[in-house]
Design a protein around this ligand. Structure first.
Ligand SMILES: C[S@@+](CC[C@H](N)C(=O)[O-])C[C@H]1O[C@@H](n2cnc3c(N)ncnc32)[C@H](O)[C@@H]1O
Length: 214
């Protein structure tokens, strides 16, 4: 079966036998993990309509014994154990945080979002998570950062939050980020002094990481 490169990348970051996929939509990630790696999946979504697509895909690929579905808001009614990886992909950072802030039983999770990633890293770290792995992928012109977190106390610095402790050594990501940040910087009028200064600091931070990564 064929799934997008982004979903393939998320799948490659799964290292447990069980996953809970929050916001599974079409359920393709779950079907793929079940079919290719015998992984047990709980495919959850707030929308029963989305879950019907997932159910069709599960049936199409004959994965009914490995993939269960549940219509629920976030992790409501879901028991999470230390052997589960919770996947939150394709939702905004604030929705992800809203889901996780109600729980203290999530030990490992993979999050893929394209909004406010520095804030996500900061919040996760304040709540006892360390970054295990990070990657990025450009799909249809949108950059998705995929981060794998697990429970561990660790101290990060500003560039770890802003760029990522692993991504700050990734030259292709840094080059992409520099281009995008410079484009935004150019568009901001001179009158927005504080905003421009902040972006200039970020550009300098990225340039410094590029120098170190080379
Ligand atoms: C853009 S789709 C992402 C699908 C898939 N995870 C992916 O990455 O391709 C977002 C899905 O999240 C679901 N969703 C949004 N908020 C949710 C919540 N609070 N709890 C569960 N599912 C939610 C939506 O119904 C939708 O199906």
């Amino acid at each position: 079966m064929k799934i997008s490169k982004r979903l393939q990348m998320i799948a490659s970051m799964v290292h447990t036998e069980h996953i809970i996929d929050v916001g599974c939509d079409h359920g393709l990630l779950d079907v793929f993990l079940a079919k290719t790696r015998n992984i047990h999946c709980l495919a959850c979504d707030i929308s029963d309509n989305a879950l019907n697509h997932a159910r069709e895909n599960i049936k199409l690929y004959g994965m009914e014994t490995l993939v269960q579905t549940l219509c629920t808001d976030g992790l409501t009614g879901v028991q999470v154990t230390k052997d589960d990886t919770v996947i939150l992909s394709g939702m905004g950072t604030h929705t992800v945080i809203h889901i996780l802030e109600k729980r203290n039983d999530v030990e490992q999770c993979i999050i893929s979002t394209h909004t406010d990633v520095p804030y996500l890293r900061d919040w996760m770290n304040q709540n006892g998570f360390a970054i295990q792995d990070e990657c990025f992928i450009l799909e249809h012109g949108i950059a998705y950062v995929i981060i794998s977190f697990s429970k561990k106390e660790i101290q990060y610095d500003e560039s770890d939050y802003e760029i990522g402790p692993i991504l700050k050594t990734n030259l292709s990501y840094l080059t992409y980020l520099l281009n995008e940040t410079q484009k935004i910087y150019q568009k901001i009028p001179l009158t927005h002094k504080i905003q421009k200064e902040k972006l200039k600091e970020k550009i300098d931070m990225i340039k410094f990481c590029i120098k170190k990564a080379k």
